[in-house]
Design a protein around this ligand. Structure first.
Ligand code: ZN
Length: 86
């Protein structure tokens, strides 16, 4: 006599996502806790971007230095081309 007990699969209880509500963000430079809407770190005066999912503020992209960097590389490239093109 086989009594087939339907073994209940123990479904792993869905743990409610422990999504910690981010209430503070941390400065990427000095890890000081700052209010979410802070634009600048009060400790090291780093410019702060949006907060990421870890509660750490992103660094604002410094487009000017990007452009300067690209331009200087381009200048170097053209200079080398000019210098060795003879
Ligand atoms: Zn800071």
């Amino acid at each position: 006599m086989g009594v087939f007990k339907k073994t209940k699969k123990h479904t792993p209880q869905k743990t409610p996502e422990t999504k910690d509500e981010i209430v503070v963000k941390r400065c990427p430079e000095c890890f000081v806790h700052l209010p979410l809407d802070a634009k600048e770190c009060f400790a090291c005066h780093a410019k702060l971007g949006k907060v990421d999912k870890y509660g750490k503020a992103r660094k604002n992209t410094n487009w000017l230095s990007y452009i300067i960097c690209i331009l200087s590389w381009a200048f170097l490239f053209f200079y080398l081309k000019w210098a060795f093109a003879f």
